[in-house]
Design a protein around this ligand. Structure first.
Ligand SMILES: [Zn+2]
Length: 281
């Protein structure tokens, strides 16, 4: 089927209470495998590019491959730009992405509002939707980043932020962190429920890698819709390359042999995000 818009995807995910896995991709294989994993689970998927990866894989290639692969599958596929650090980066990538994130979460509140509002202004004239971040999702390798509640999202401030910026979805901090966690995260579900009640827009979890399965499912039950994943998939593929390079030589056989490991971890996450067993598509 053709690509689906984030708006349509979120509408269905919220109406039927499931979460959508959003995978950061780095090459053809990671795009194709994410879509194959979604198809095996009869669930939609979001393909994301982190702007820093654009030196490795051109955004035009990510767009073209994603569109081509989406046309071959029966499940909905959406395309999104992860973590623009600035207005310039967000705008530069808009020709390739119908949905972009701008992350002003490390700025003071007023500056985050101003940056997000300026990105929204340009994006909306082009029919592009914007994900913003409030509270700050730091690193899973720094305890203070994911345990210090001062960095978590405040429900009332979130409502003001959305009103002030016009952003279309919101990444929130509830005890989550990017990369590898050095201690098991304990998400603040009371806060998630309060944010869900205070705002209308879809909610996004960054730092999905390493989250215990039950906490992923609970996030879905609390109304969270998009779950960013990269680190654990990337690590699993890297470990598989290491193992397989002992067995075979040459990149092609290694790539074919690591595919099952990649599919397994991607399918598992997609499955966990569907705690109510919805047959999405
Ligand atoms: Zn993130």
């Amino acid at each position: 089927m053709p690509m689906i818009s984030m708006k349509e995807l979120y509408q269905d995910a919220r109406a039927r209470t499931y979460g959508v896995a959003a995978f950061d991709v780095i090459n053809y294989e990671t795009i194709a495998w994410a879509i194959e994993a979604a198809e095996a689970e009869c669930m939609p998927v979001i393909i994301m590019l982190y702007p820093g990866m654009a030196s490795h894989v051109h955004p035009a290639a990510v767009k073209a491959i994603t569109e081509a692969m989406a046309a071959q599958t029966k499940v909905p596929v959406a395309l999104h730009l992860d973590h623009s650090p600035s207005w310039e980066v967000a705008v530069k990538f808009m020709p390739y992405f119908p949905s972009v994130m701008v992350d002003g979460s490390s700025l003071p509140y007023e500056e985050n509002v101003a940056l997000t509002r300026e990105v929204v202004k340009v994006a909306h004239t082009m029919g592009i939707v914007v994900e913003a971040e409030l509270g700050h999702v730091g690193s899973g390798s720094n305890l203070d980043d994911f345990q210090n509640t001062d960095k978590f999202t405040d429900p009332q401030v979130a409502a003001q932020f959305i009103e002030a910026t016009g952003c279309d979805s919101l990444a929130i901090a509830i005890g989550n962190g990017h990369g590898q966690y050095i201690a098991t995260p304990q998400f603040d579900f009371a806060r998630l429920r309060a944010i869900r009640a205070a705002v209308d827009v879809p909610l996004v979890l960054h730092g999905g890698s390493g989250t215990p399965d039950d906490q992923f499912s609970e996030c879905v039950q609390c109304g969270m819709s998009k779950f960013n994943l990269f680190t654990e998939v990337n690590k699993r593929m890297g470990d598989a390359v290491k193992e397989q390079s002992q067995e075979v030589s040459g990149l092609l056989p290694i790539l074919s042999r690591i595919k099952p490991a990649a599919l397994e971890i991607m399918r598992h996450r997609i499955h966990i995000l569907n705690p109510n067993g919805v047959k999405a598509f």
